[in-house]
Design a protein around this ligand. Sequence first.
Ligand SMILES: [Zn+2]
Length: 305
Amino acid sequence: MKKANHFRERFRNFRAWREQPRQVAPMSQEEHECLNCHDHYIGRFCPRCGQAATTGRFSIKVAAENFADAYGMGDRGMFRTMLNLILRPGYMILDYLRGMRVSYCGPFKMFFLLFAISTFVTHGLNVKGQRFDKDSQSVTTTQQLDEKLAAEKSVIEETDGINAKDNEHTVSERAIVIFDKILSGIEYFEKRFPSINMLFLLMFVSGFLYLFFRHCPKIPDLRYPEFFMALVYTDNMYTIYSIVFDFFCLTKLSSLAIFLTLIPLKQMSGYSWLRTTLKAVAAFLIMFALLFLLVFLVVFGLYMT
Ligand SMILES: [Zn+2]
């Protein structure tokens, strides 16, 4: 009984800690001499040139950091940001949106880095050495897609001639080919630029979610760019989970991790679990309904012409 109470109290403390903004360590009052411009100052960086007070002789650690810096990974905020995205994703996003920019690794930098890691893991860098990326499931390569697009183009050109006779059969055939062409085009873009494709997808999805979260209790005047940044972080959190699950080849858990994205949405908006879930579901329903309507209109339009 006592033990249970103890655990409950620790959990309460953890929850209270999560909601607090990050505490930045107090500054030391030690005086430094800048090794670059020889100014004397108190603080972590030289106010004249910006060189860090910790600058000294090279050690293996400093040299390694210097190397990592060339690839944009020297930032120590990277590890902290990942940990925060696991322990308090929504509250970290609030910190970031409210101005704590230096404390965390920026959302886009993190997005591209995690994307690269996740590509390695799905291409075989995991416990079983398995490949479960999209390329291994469907055999189409970008070259095959190129050929497919060229073939479709010639079909459209051929049917253009027949179309003059106003044959109804060729019109529906033409519609199917044009549709297939649009889908192949999207597939082609996705294969060539998967990360950019993901960002476009996020932009599209966030537009619908924004309609339901723009007047949330935590940020009643939420702007769309702020919400988009929040969703890039949310996607980063999802990628961290899927990298871990994929690494241990738990692909089912990896797909279920998508539901974890409700955690940051709930924490950053201040809505209840029920409201957050209902709002997310409503946004997706509207999105699919609109997509459906769009497809219907395109088909309808093609039949009418
Ligand atoms: Zn200086």
